[in-house]
Write a protein that binds this ligand. Structure first.
Ligand SMILES: C[S@@+](CC[C@H](N)C(=O)[O-])C[C@H]1O[C@@H](n2cnc3c(N)ncnc32)[C@H](O)[C@@H]1O
Length: 319
C-alpha cells in the first residue's frame, strides 16, 4: 500500500532494497514487480542495480501508464504488463524466461488510487461506489452492495473486513437499497456508522474502514488472486533468488506467512533418520516474524502503518 502522496517514497523502501540486493547484482538479473503501482520500488531497484531488468505488472491501466513515464530513464530494461499478478507464469513464458532473481509484492491499494476520489476507494471523500483496480473489471462496489443477498454481503464484510457488526451493516444496506440503490461512498460511510452501536463507534478509527476494505477485496478478487499468485511466484524464483512481500492486513499477511512457511519447512515424515531430498526446504526465511516500518518512516508516511514485510531466499531447486 501507500506511497506517501507528496514524497512518493515507497513503503519500507530501504529494507526492500537491502533484502533484494544480493539477488539482483549479477548482470542479466530479472525482477518481477508484481504490484508496480507508480514504480516507486521499481525505480529505486533499477537505479541501484545497473544490470537489472524489470518486469512490472499492475492490473490498473493508469498505474502502467504513469509508471511508463516514471521509468523512461530505464528504457530498454523495462517490460510493463497490465495484468492480474496470478498471470506471472504466462508473462514470464511470453518473455522467454523460466526463472527470475527477484519478486516483489507490495499488496493492496496505492496512494494514487486512494487519492483519486473518482476511484471510490476512500471513505473520506464522496464518490461513486466503484473500487475497481482494473478499470475494465465487471464488478463494482455498487454491484456488490445492491445485488448481494444479506447473508452473502455479511459474509464478505465479516471475512474480508473482519467486521464484528457485519450482519447489522448488511441488514442496514439491504433496508436502504429497498428505497433506492446505493450510489455514493459518503452515504455508505453514514449507513455503516449508523449501523454500529455507539460505544463501538468511539474506538478504532473510522468505522467505515473495515467495510471499505472488505468491499475492495471482494470487488477485485484480491485474496483469490493472491492465493494463486504466491505459489506461482515462488516457483519462478531461481536458486539464490529472493522474494519480498509487503502486506497491509492480516488476511494478506496470513497468506504470505503460510506460503513462505510451507516452502521453508522440511516435510520429511517424522521418524525417518535423514531428510528426504524431495522434502527438504526450498527456501530460507530472511525475516524473523513480520518486519514493521520504523517510527521515523511512520512519522513521514502514516499510511505505512499497517505494513508487514516478509522475505525468503531460494536455497534449492524444486525436486
Ligand atoms: C501498494 S501499490 C504498489 C506501490 C508500488 N510498490 C510503488 O512503489 O509505487 C499496489 C498496486 O498493486 C496493484 N494490484 C493490486 N492487486 C493486484 C493484482 N491482483 N494484480 C496486479 N496488480 C494488482 C494495484 O493496482 C496497485 O497499483
Amino acid at each position: 500500500m501507500a506511497t506517501a502522496a507528496a514524497a512518493h517514497v515507497p513503503v519500507m523502501r530501504d529494507r526492500v532494497l537491502e533484502l533484494l540486493a544480493p539477488a539482483l547484482d549479477a548482470p542479466g538479473s530479472v525482477l518481477v514487480d508484481a504490484t508496480l503501482g507508480r514504480a516507486g520500488h521499481a525505480s529505486a531497484l533499477l537505479a541501484a542495480h545497473p544490470g537489472l531488468s524489470l518486469i512490472g505488472i499492475d492490473t490498473d491501466a493508469t498505474a502502467i501508464e504513469e509508471s511508463r513515464e516514471v521509468l523512461t530513464g530505464f528504457a530498454g530494461r523495462v517490460t510493463l504488463v497490465r495484468a492480474v499478478y496470478d498471470e506471472i507464469p504466462q508473462i514470464l513464458a511470453a518473455n522467454g524466461l523460466q526463472a527470475v532473481q527477484g519478486v516483489l509484492f507490495d499488496l493492496g491499494v496505492s496512494s494514487p488510487q486512494l487519492d483519486q476520489p473518482s476511484r471510490g476507494f476512500a471513505y473520506s471523500q464522496d464518490a461513486p461506489l466503484d473500487m475497481r483496480m482494473n478499470q475494465a473489471g465487471q464488478l463494482t462496489a455498487a454491484d456488490v452492495l445492491n445485488t448481494y443477498p444479506a447473508d452473502r454481503l455479511a459474509r464478505v464484510l465479516r471475512e474480508f473486513g473482519e467486521e464484528r457488526f457485519a450482519r447489522r451493516i448488511a441488514d442496514a444496506v439491504v433496508a436502504e437499497r429497498a428505497r433506492a440503490p446505493l450510489a455514493s461512498t459518503a452515504r455508505l460511510a453514514e449507513i455503516v456508522r449508523d449501523a454500529i452501536p455507539a460505544p463501538a463507534r468511539r474506538t478504532g478509527g473510522n468505522p467505515a474502514k473495515r467495510t471499505f476494505q472488505a468491499l475492495r477485496i471482494e470487488v477485485n478478487g484480491e485474496l483469490e488472486a493472491l492465493h494463486r499468485a504466491l505459489p506461482a511466484a515462488l516457483d519462478a524464483v531461481a536458486v539464490g533468488g529472493r522474494i519480498v512481500a509487503l502486506a497491509y492486513h492480516s488476511l494478506e499477511d496470513r497468506a504470505v506467512k503460510r506460503e513462505l512457511a510451507a516452502r521453508c519447512t522440511d516435510t520429511t515424515p517424522p521418524g525417518l533418520p535423514v531428510s528426504l531430498d524431495a522434502s527438504r526446504p526450498q527456501f530460507r526465511l530472511l525475516t524473523r516474524g513480520a518486519e514493521r516500518p520504523t517510527a521515523q518512516e511512520l512519522a513521514a508516511n502514516p499510511r505505512a502503518a499497517p505494513a508487514r514485510l516478509r522475505a525468503a531466499e531460494r536455497i534449492r531447486a524444486a525436486a
